[in-house]
Each structure stands twice: as structure tokens, then as C-alpha cells.
Design a protein around this ligand. Structure first.
Ligand code: FES
Length: 269
């Protein structure tokens, strides 16, 4: 029996062309709206330089406050050596870390490539590019810094955990005595670190770290258990990514509005 090769012709779709009949454009649109809103708010908040603390609370955008004027600062006010024309707030020193961590996150990459670059707009929807470089060439090869950002972000998360603990200790305005207490702000900061932990510990790179950094997981029984825990969080990584993004933005807003006198922090205990 003779075999003959039949040439397969793959027709390239035009940008946005698809045979899909579902509302495939809704998800990229929501991602675009959600991420744009957060980036605009976070940039505005980072440049304010005030109203970022209230009592024992500090906004997660401004923590750790390496240089600053609030009682939470580590090394005093802004160094005099910095030129006066250089924009400075404590948030501008620290926010690039979580920003780069999220920007290089595997989930967000997939989401914003679709929502912002239309590359492709969604699965099986025509894209505008005719070549494919993947993430092996500049500039997208820089996305590989994600694993390093994971380690730096773990240190920042540890500091936010300490902030949530310190949000349990209120100074009496009359006597200055520090007392244990729980305010709504304490719960807001605690919820923030809980959701951030779920996001960070479900990171794809964390699976490799938790597994003991070996290629064959069965060779590391302890690592296998940790790998399963991380995988459990990783299965809902998108959920953790969005809820933690909302929580961190809301925590800043809460501290800011309390500090401005717009909201009153209710003491529960
Ligand atoms: Fe999303 Fe690492 S893959 S945080």
C-alpha cells in the first residue's frame, strides 16, 4: 500500500478572529480593569508620603519604613545626602519588591499578556504577532528573576507579619502605657498577611524550593510532603493572587482614611 503525504495548510487567523462562541473577552477585560485600578491607586498612594500610619498600624505599602518620619521608621528620616529633586517616600524604596514579584508571577504573566498586549487576546483567538520568541529572548527573559524575587518577598512578608503582631498593642494616649487590644485595623492587617502568605507560598517557584530543589521528588520524602502543601495552595493561585492584591490595597486605604480622620478605627477588644 502506498502512502502519500497531504500538505496541511494552517490558515493564520486575523487579530481577534476566533471560532469561539463564549464570552472569551470578559476575563481579559476584567483583568485589564482590575490591574489598571490597582496600579493607578498604588502609584498615587506611594507618592503621597503621608497618612501611612495610624496608632500601631502601618500601611503594607510603606513597610518596612527604612527611612521616614513616623515612629515605625528603622534608620531615621530621609538621608540628607539624597538630592532634594529626587522624589522620595518610604514606599518608593520598598514597593518595587512586591511589584516585581507580581509582575513576574506565572499567573499574572498569562493574564496581562492577554489583557494588555493581546498576545494572544485569549486561547485560540488570533493575535497580531506573526513570530514567537517565547521568554527566551530579551526582554522577556528577565521574567526569570521571579525565583529571586520570591526570596526577597519572603523577607518583606515576614516584616508584615511583625506589623500585624504590633497592631495588637495600643498605646494609651493619656498615660502612654501599651496595652493589648484588637481593632478593626488589626483584623485588616492580619487578613492581609494571611492572604499574602497564601499567594506567596503557592508560588510555582516555591514548589521547587519546598520539594528540596531536587529533580526527582521521591528522593526527598520530607520535601514531598512540603511539595504537596504548596501544590494545594498553587491549585488556587489565581484566587490568592486577586484576593491578596485587593487586601493589600484595602489595608493601605484603611490606614490612610483612619489617619485622615475619614474613618474611625473601632476597638473590638
Ligand atoms: Fe505566582 Fe510565583 S508563580 S507568585
Amino acid at each position: 500500500m502506498s502512502e502519500s503525504a497531504v500538505p496541511l495548510v494552517v490558515a493564520r487567523r486575523r487579530f481577534g478572529e476566533t471560532t469561539r462562541r463564549d464570552l472569551w473577552w470578559v476575563q481579559p477585560l476584567l483583568v485589564f480593569a482590575g490591574l489598571s485600578t490597582f496600579v493607578v491607586y498604588a502609584t498615587w498612594a506611594a507618592f503621597q508620603g503621608d497618612h501611612y500610619t495610624y496608632g500601631p498600624y502601618i500601611s503594607p505599602f510603606y513597610s518596612p519604613e527604612i527611612f521616614g518620619t513616623s515612629p515605625h521608621n528603622w534608620f531615621g528620616p530621609k538621608p540628607a545626602a539624597l538630592p532634594p529633586w529626587l522624589p522620595f517616600t518610604p514606599a518608593l524604596l520598598i514597593l518595587p519588591i512586591p511589584a516585581l514579584f507580581r509582575f513576574t508571577c506565572y499567573y499574572y504573566r498569562g493574564a496581562y499578556y492577554k489583557a494588555f498586549w493581546g498576545d494572544p487576546p485569549s486561547c485560540t483567538v488570533g493575535e497580531h504577532r506573526t513570530t514567537y520568541w517565547g521568554e527566551n529572548s530579551f526582554p522577556l527573559i528577565l521574567q526569570n528573576i521571579h525565583r529571586y524575587m520570591l526570596f526577597i518577598s519572603m523577607a518583606v512578608l515576614a516584616i508584615l507579619v511583625v506589623d500585624a503582631w504590633e497592631a495588637l498593642w495600643f498605646a494609651d494616649p493619656a498615660t502612654g502605657r501599651v496595652q493589648f487590644g484588637v481593632g478593626v485595623g488589626t483584623i485588616v492587617l492580619a487578613a492581609n498577611v494571611t492572604l499574602l502568605s497564601g499567594y506567596l507560598f503557592g508560588c510555582h517557584s516555591m514548589r521547587h524550593v519546598a520539594g528540596g530543589c531536587v529533580d526527582q521528588i521521591s528522593r526527598a520524602p520530607l520535601g514531598a510532603r512540603a511539595y504537596r502543601c504548596v501544590s494545594c495552595l498553587n491549585r488556587r493561585h489565581m484566587w490568592w493572587a486577586w484576593t491578596s492584591l485587593f487586601a493589600v490595597g484595602f489595608a493601605d486605604l484603611y490606614v490612610r482614611l483612619c489617619s485622615m480622620g475619614v474613618w474611625t478605627d473601632v476597638r473590638i477588644w
